[in-house]
Ligand binder design. Structure first.
Ligand code: SR1
Ligand code: MG
Length: 421
């Protein structure tokens, strides 16, 4: 693809440019009747909702730079190619969990896909205090199915290696994660910012050698352990909900990496939503019950992941790892179970570590989150964030010491009563 042939879409040009695409017009109807809205509020891309007489679609187009920062930070268009390839695989591995792709144009770096409506972004729903039955089950299954089925536990090894090679080409996007998530929070990096009241805690964290080593061990795992195809940016802004239905979107950060990365990032964003609740309560304590619901989701995502991963381990272990020929076929089914427990323990430790680091970066680095940004009272915001930072430190450094989710959640609750400032 040459950058010269690429042209960013606009609401004024979209119908004329995409009108000839049969895969779109067959769904929307006459292009002269389309209405187009640009609704992208993420950090990177253009996103259009296109309504026609017969239906609606989403058109997502990469920009050649980071939208959040501007054209001073160029970013290759090829991320649309990786997102397209990730969506196709996620739909195979957990059917119906992600938008269906209707059309992909590599030169224009655009993906035309299913529009979920009247769904809303989960992060906004958590700020509004809305509960969703079945959310944890869907997300636990999504993690287990996509992570297990993208790995050497399941895939023919030649396909897994080809996919690992393909997605490891998502270099510049990985570079964002490697810097913004794993390094920038721990020194005075150029694009960092934080709530001023956090200064003493931030200084303590940046002087914490054990924490910096933990972050670098986890960065090493992210960069080197090509265990499975990750979503790569699985936070609550990458989930859409409508009542009891949930869908996962936006896998442009796809890469091959350790299973715990996706789960840890996801749990971190629920835990931050938990700590932000006092900032959204109309009266003190009014969100306590809702906070408990968020913690129950954290608990149930991990439990759901563990259960579905175990089911797949017992029924779909067709890859090169822990072959049945070594275990079940030798009358050593208990050995396969022991190996499963040990693998899950390793994923658990990674999950807690990545969870802690994700909490830090969303409060100290670029690309922070609306739950905290919208707490207007800076003192209250700092208080909420301080608790999250302390939990993040405990999880990252002490990830081998927590033996159950109940223990993690009790610890999270205890920190929520502390006054660190
Ligand atoms: C410069 S991109 C910043 C963040 O936005 C994305 O959603 C990822 O989370 C990334 O770290
Ligand atoms: Mg995104």
């Amino acid at each position: 693809m040459t950058q010269h042939d690429y042209e960013a879409l606009s609401p004024a040009t979209l119908a004329q440019r995409l009108g000839p695409v049969e895969a779109i017009t067959s769904r929307l109807g006459d292009p002269s009747l389309w209405t187009v809205r640009e609704v992208g509020d993420g950090n990177l891309n253009l996103v259009f909702i296109v309504d026609g007489p017969n239906g609606s679609v989403i058109v997502k187009q990469a920009l050649p730079y980071v939208r959040l920062v501007g054209d001073s930070w160029p970013l290759p268009l090829k991320r649309a190619f990786f997102e397209y390839n990730a969506l196709v695989r996620q739909n195979e591995r957990d059917p119906g969990s992600v938008p269906q792709v209707y059309h992909f144009d590599e030169t224009q770096a655009l993906v035309v896909m299913e529009f979920f409506t009247p769904h809303v972004i989960l992060r906004k729903s958590l700020m509004a205090g809305t509960t969703h039955d079945g959310l944890a089950e869907m997300l636990g299954n999504f993690c287990a199915r996509t992570l297990f089925r993208g790995s050497d536990l399941s895939m023919p090894t030649a396909r897994r290696k080809a996919d690992a090679a393909l997605f490891l080409g998502n270099v510049e996007i990985c570079d964002i994660t490697e810097n913004l998530v794993f390094s920038d929070p721990y020194f005075d990096a150029e694009m960092n910012h934080h709530t001023p009241g956090l200064d003493p805690i931030v200084a303590t964290l940046r002087a914490d050698i054990d924490l910096k080593i933990a972050a670098q061990h986890l960065k090493s795992a992210f960069a080197n352990n090509a265990e499975t195809m990750l979503h790569g940016d699985l936070h609550t802004g990458s989930v859409m909900v409508n009542g009891n239905e949930a869908k996962v979107i936006d896998p442009e950060f796809v890469t091959y990496g350790p299973m715990g990365f996706d789960i840890g990032m996801l749990l971190a964003n629920f835990l931050m939503a938990y700590y932000a609740q006092p900032g959204h309560a109309e009266t003190p304590g009014a969100r306590d019950e809702y906070g408990e619901w968020i913690l129950s989701v954290v608990n149930d995502i991990w439990a759901g992941f563990e259960a579905e991963f175990s089911r797949l381990w017992r029924s779909e272990r067709t890859g090169i790892l822990y072959q049945a020929s070594l275990f079940e076929d030798q009358g050593h089914a208990h050995g396969a179970e022991q190996a499963r427990v040990e693998r899950l323990a390793a994923i658990w430790r990674d999950t807690l570590g990545f969870c802690g680091i994700e909490m830090h970066r969303r409060m100290l680095s670029l690309a922070q989150i609306a739950e905290f940004d919208t707490i207007a009272d800076e003192g209250l915001r700092a208080q909420c964030q301080a608790r999250g930072l302390m939990l993040g430190r405990a999880l990252a450094v002490g990830r081998s010491d927590f033996t159950s989710m109940a223990q993690v959640l009790d610890f999270a609750r205890a920190l929520n009563k502390e006054d660190y400032l």
